[in-house]
Design a protein. Structure first.
Length: 314
């Protein structure tokens, strides 16, 4: 059996927060427990929102915590580029492969129109696209282009995709009813997350994707893309999200939980130990290193529901 290749794939639109950090720790432990490697990919598809200074700070934070990676980021390696903002030509080749299969079409719907419509929503709040632009004639497309540049969507079939998640267990979604035709490219030409991560994970040899449970609903779409592009899919493990003591989801807007502020109050070992405790990997929130958790790591220990941080933990 080939060695496990895991990855960190942060989007550097701000400093790391505890939720990002928890996913990075679990990804590192899952791969290293099996003697595997870690790739660092910087998901800066929207380069304006993701200045390089945040990517550099992110590397510094990961290294400070002891979450070292084996290739990628500013270190480079044999599977570059590792910054998505540098990969447009690579994504274009895969996009054109899908277009050649007759599966891509222009979409002129605005976000406001979609949210105002009565279309159903996914569990993460996204609209399940009702197929408004799926059957436009060439003449209709040409007319609409005069007023607005289109985004591009991928047609999906009425088909159930099932897989077993390494943390959450069996999961199934109907591509048409639960996901809907999804974006491959924005109107401004920026490629969509779904396409970019599939292409990148495949070309970087990633065999295991560990990420937050908020991305569980992306997996069926991505498995479909792997199939269409003739790529080998990795295994997936979606970890429960961290919630603030009041039940809110942690985000980069929660400055008190950003690593910038946490580093001023705790040592790296204290932060790792508190996170390991929150995720069931040790019985007390005692300081520890990632290495010390590796031998006994198991997904069986990780909760299956989102984790509300105790009031006094951080």
């Amino acid at each position: 059996m080939s060695a496990v290749v895991g990855r960190f794939a942060p989007s550097p639109s701000g400093r790391l927060h505890l939720g990002n950090l928890a996913c990075s720790l679990l990804a590192w432990l899952s791969a290293k427990h099996e003697g595997g490697r870690i790739v660092l990919r910087i998901e800066d598809l929207d380069a304006e929102r993701c200045p390089r200074k945040y990517a550099d700070l992110l590397e510094e934070d990961l290294a400070w915590l002891g979450l070292y990676w084996d290739e990628g980021g500013s270190h480079g390696g044999s599977h570059g580029p590792y910054y998505q903002s540098e990969c447009a030509d690579i994504y274009t080749a895969s996009y054109e492969k899908l277009a050649a299969q007759g599966l891509v079409y222009p979409c002129f719907c605005s976000r406001a129109q979609l949210h105002a419509a009565s279309a159903p929503h996914t569990s993460d709040g996204n609209v399940i696209y009702p197929g408004t632009c799926r059957s436009l004639t060439p003449a209709e497309v040409a007319e609409k282009r005069k007023a607005k540049a289109p985004a591009y969507r991928l047609k999906v079939p009425d088909e159930v995709v099932s897989f077993t998640d390494g943390c959450m267990g069996p999961h199934s979604e109907n591509l048409l009813r639960d996901c809907g035709d999804f974006y491959l490219r924005r109107a401004d030409g920026v490629f969509a997350y779904q396409l970019a991560v599939v292409v990148d994970d495949a070309r970087m040899g990633v065999t295991e994707v560990v990420r937050g449970a908020d991305l569980l609903s992306s997996t069926a779409r991505q498995l479909y893309l792997y199939r269409l592009l003739g790529l080998k899919a990795p295994r997936f493990a979606h970890c429960p999200l961290l919630l603030a003591p009041d039940g809110r989801r942690l985000s980069k807007r929660d400055g008190d939980q950003s690593l910038e502020n946490l580093r001023a109050r705790y040592t790296a070992a204290e932060i790792v130990g508190k996170l390991a405790y929150a995720y069931g990997l040790q019985e007390e929130p005692a300081p520890c290193t990632p290495e010390s958790l590796t031998a006994d790591f198991s997904w069986e220990k990780v909760p299956k529901q989102d984790i509300c941080l105790p009031e006094d933990l951080f």
